[in-house]
Write a protein that binds this ligand. Structure first.
Ligand code: PRP
Length: 209
């Protein structure tokens, strides 16, 4: 029996499409359900539906053997899990964004960055030898530069619509992001056969795409 942590929301739809193709008997897998635990005894799988940013935590602590998480979440949480597969969906970019022609930002002595990803932002600026005050927000970070809370934001950009509608542009690209399949370190040893079979069936679908 494997327990798998799945992200609700944006990544959920593509995740359930992939799992439906990969495993027979999951036709009833509905990630929009309000139910948090979904059991599929015939295929020996239990799914727990969690907030995307919590997936690595459930996997690191072994409550789930396997999880599907965005690379952004993995970079931010630094969870001790094995990253086994790039699933190729949920593609977006982690960027620094702000108002166009924002040259004052580059030379400013005290710079503020608002973000849902404080660890990613901190390590990005320190890797460049730059300092910045990081302000943690939980959403709608594009508001930061508009209301004067911050000079720029560090955030994910997918279609670019949110930036555009708020008059912001990408100033620097930090890295590419996509959904990853992660595995608990102990489970990989104790449930190696089940995990290998599960990953194998997903890889097969990915090869066909
Ligand atoms: C994410 C992200 C951006 C937006 C980017 O926010 O933080 O705001 O999506 O997507 P786009 O480039 O396709 O417009 P989300 O929708 O998760 O909402 P939130 O701001 O409440 O976190």
């Amino acid at each position: 029996m494997l327990t798998i942590a799945l992200p609700k929301g944006r990544l959920g739809h593509q995740t359930s499409k992939l799992l439906n193709k990969a495993i027979d008997g999951l036709e009833e897998l509905d990630l929009s359900s309000r139910k948090l635990v979904l059991n599929f005894p015939k295929v020996s799988l239990t799914f727990i539906l969690v907030k995307p940013s919590d997936v690595p935590t459930y996997v690191e602590y072994g409550v789930a053997d396997v999880g599907i998480a965005g690379k952004d979440t993995l970079l931010e949480t630094q969870s001790k899990v094995y990253e086994m597969l790039d699933l190729g969906f949920g593609k977006c970019k982690m960027v620094v964004a702000g108002f166009p022609h924002n040259n004052s930002w580059i030379n400013k002595a005290h710079r503020r960055v608002s973000t849902k990803y404080p660890n990613i932002a901190k390590s990005y600026f320190s890797s460049k030898g730059e300092t910045a005050e990081i302000v943690k927000l939980n959403g709608s970070v594009e508001l930061g530069p508009i209301v004067g809370l911050s000079d720029v934001i560090v955030d994910i950009v997918e279609s670019g619509n949110t930036l555009k509608e708020n008059g912001l542009v990408v100033l620097e690209e930090i890295c590419d992001i996509s959904a990853r399949l992660i595995v608990n370190r102990v489970s990989l040893k104790t449930k190696r056969n089940d995990i290998t079979r599960f990953i194998g069936s997903i890889e097969k679908v990915l090869e066909e795409i």
